[in-house]
Design a protein around this ligand. Structure first.
Ligand code: ZN
Length: 170
């Protein structure tokens, strides 16, 4: 397992060498992902295994991260754990996709280098739930609701009215 992973690489060459990587990347690297987060704090844990399966060059990977998002119910920050796995069959053109085993997704490789950053970022985006929300209840949201109710109660009590009248005179 190599710890150093560059953002682009020649996938076919890595597959020929059976290269594998395990590393952590700062979330701040992923521009598209950052756009949907509350902050870019944290790391993504990445495992990539390049190699060959059934005579086809492929890359198998898993990625996980604790992402700082906003709960869409109470609009407070929350940590959303995401995890995803993928297996890409490396092909030279779209037509070859039909030849891949069913468990492989096609990944067309063109030119010298392919983007590792893009496949990791795509996987992170795909593993984010459609709606981020606190699993149990929004404790902060409920606390604020209760406080608001208390304030309303106090404001409408006769003593509060009296107090308001007195302070108006002062
Ligand atoms: Zn919430």
């Amino acid at each position: 397992m190599q710890r150093e992973l560059s953002e682009t690489a020649n996938f076919i060459r890595l597959a020929e060498r059976n290269s594998s990587f395990e590393t952590d990347w700062a979330i701040a690297r992923f521009e598209r992902l950052k756009a949907v987060l509350n902050s870019d704090q944290g790391q993504a844990h990445i495992i990539l295994r390049f190699g060959e399966r059934a005579g086809i060059a492929c890359v198998q990977g898993s990625v996980s991260a604790d992402l700082d998002v906003l709960c869409q119910r109470c609009m407070q920050a929350m940590i959303q754990h995401v995890a995803g796995e993928f297996l890409f069959g490396l092909i030279r053109d779209e037509d070859a996709a039909d030849l891949l085993p069913k468990d492989m997704e096609p990944l067309v490789v063109q030119g010298e280098e392919q983007s590792i950053l893009d496949i990791i970022e795509d996987e992170l985006l795909l593993s984010l739930p459609q709606v981020n929300a606190h699993a149990e209840q929004c404790s902060e949201y409920l606390r604020q609701q209760n406080e608001r109710r208390e304030v309303d109660k106090i404001a409408s009590s006769p003593f509060a009215v009296l107090k308001n009248m007195m302070s108006d005179k002062a």
